[in-house]
Design a protein around this ligand. Structure first.
Ligand SMILES: Nc1nc2c(ncn2[C@@H]2O[C@H](COP(=O)(O)OP(=O)(O)OP(=O)(O)O)[C@@H](O)[C@H]2O)c(=O)[nH]1
Length: 430
């Protein structure tokens, strides 16, 4: 079963900052020579470097989006350059501008919704073929019958839809609205940084289009920022893949290792393990086991006292308290143990669906739609004269965990407690 990702503000933050920054800088009427030169080359650089980066990560969709934004930028830039040099617009300015304002949201929305295929080359060829076919038809029509095409785009006008703020043809706004709704649905179904970035990128383009001839830097600055946001979202996902555990959404073992290298002198590590999890998996199935791990993780994430939870591996989690002593952490660990013990987890029927009829009969009524509960055991150790390195503290916490398991599970044990007579901290009767 694929884990359901959750909506996060962090998905939107980097593209939001870039698009807002683009809006602010793009609204300026004067920029220094340095920034003018920079924004003149940035879209091309981003197409090349961003495109290479996204391709290396197999993100064909982002490459297609970069290409669409760049092609629109290139067409409009030619027009804006002429306008700024000559003081009048080119003969074909109206046709080019209206076609771009219509095709850009259409293609951007299409590529944004188009699911990536496993075969990258096929995916790329299919997207390229659609782009070439559409552009081929539009260029052929536009060059053979420019007045008719322009007349058609401008003629579609519903007075009930008109707003005085509208600077583009109505069809373009409809295309933007359709693309926005489609991209919102894409994010809603799969909340990922890339989907958030493409959604905000479209808003950036919507802001930019009416200002292309009005503000001298809007086109260069916003195109750059949208392309940067699209590229950065791929880097964001790559980072998540490396450092976040996909099943639980907690930071994973690699993130823990990174954190352990930057610890101060005082810290506490707690190793946590779900009790009798093998039996649980055998009874309810692996999918239900996965659901339970996610629910346990969601509780561990809320541990108090400044603790941060990581998935160590399998059904083991680590909680790190930086700058804390063991005595300060124990009440919070005990609280989280109790919270999990008392937590009646509602299992989704879907996730518990068995693979075959026999397994289904065996499991029927076992968990689907029911609530189950699990317990955890915790072993805790802190950095002291005996355990000086993080590896030694983890080892000590592991020994305490082993003692907690041996003593009957569902309890929190400090390192060294077993040697002093295996006194557990506290345990409410099951
Ligand atoms: N569903 C699911 N099970 C997992 C995952 N990772 C590890 N497991 C299972 O976790 C179980 C761990 O079992 P054991 O190490 O024997 O421990 P246990 O049954 O929890 O027993 P105690 O730890 O002694 O209480 C194994 O059955 C693994 O297959 C996972 O990501 N999903």
């Amino acid at each position: 079963m694929r884990p359901r990702a959750s909506y996060r503000v962090s998905h939107f933050l980097p593209p939001l900052l870039l698009v807002l920054g683009g809006g602010v800088v793009g609204s300026l009427t004067a920029l220094s020579d340095f920034f003018i030169s920079l924004f003149n080359v940035l879209p091309t650089l981003l197409l090349l470097l961003g495109g290479a980066f996204c391709s290396a990560y197999g993100r064909v969709r982002q490459v297609a989006l970069l290409l669409v934004v760049y092609l629109a930028y290139y067409q409009l830039d030619t027009q804006v350059d002429y306008y700024q040099a000559e003081g009048v617009v080119r003969e074909d300015a109206g046709l080019v501008f209206h076609l771009v304002s219509l095709l850009l949201p259409m293609l951007y929305g299409l590529y944004g919704c188009w699911e990536e295929r496993t075969h990258l080359l096929q995916d790329f060829v299919a997207r390229g073929a659609v782009l070439l076919a559409l552009l081929g038809v539009v260029v052929a029509l536009g060059s053979s019958y420019p007045d008719a095409v322009l007349g058609f785009i401008g003629k579609v006008h519903w007075s009930w839809l008109h707003g005085s703020w509208m600077r583009l043809v109505q069809l373009a706004y409809l295309a933007f609205a359709a693309a926005l709704v489609a991209l919102m649905l894409v994010y809603w179904r799969q909340p990922r940084p890339q989907h958030a970035a493409q959604l905000l990128g479209l808003l950036g383009v919507l802001w930019m289009m009416p200002k292309v001839f009005m503000l001298p830097h809007a086109l260069h600055v916003m195109s750059s920022m949208v392309m940067l946001a699209l590229t950065a979202s791929v880097a964001h996902e790559a980072y998540q893949m490396a450092f976040r555990d996909e099943l639980t959404g907690l930071p994973g073992r690699r993130a823990l290792n990174e954190r352990l290298r930057r610890l101060g002198r005082n810290y506490v590590l707690a190793m946590t393990d779900v009790d009798h999890f093998k039996k649980f998996n055998d009874t309810y199935g692996h999918d239900v086991g996965d659901q339970v791990l996610r629910l346990v993780a969601s509780r561990l994430r809320k541990v108090g006292g400044g603790g941060k939870a990581y998935r160590y591996g399998g059904e083991e989690f680590t909680i790190l308290f930086s700058g804390k002593t063991m005595d300060e952490c124990m009440p919070h660990l005990e609280a989280v143990r109790q919270a999990i013990e008392q937590y009646q987890m509602q299992l989704r029927d879907q996730g518990a669906r068995p693979k075959n009829d026999d397994a289904g009969r065996a499991k029927r009524g076992a968990a689907g739609g029911q609530s189950v509960s699990v317990t955890i055991s915790i072993g805790v150790a802190e950095r002291d004269a005996e355990q000086r390195t993080p590896e030694e503290v983890i080892k000590a916490a592991d020994q305490a965990l082993y003692s907690a398991k041996s003593a009957g599970r569902n309890r929190v044990f400090r390192h060294g407690e077993n040697r002093r007579g295996a006194v557990r901290v506290k345990r409410t009767p099951a």
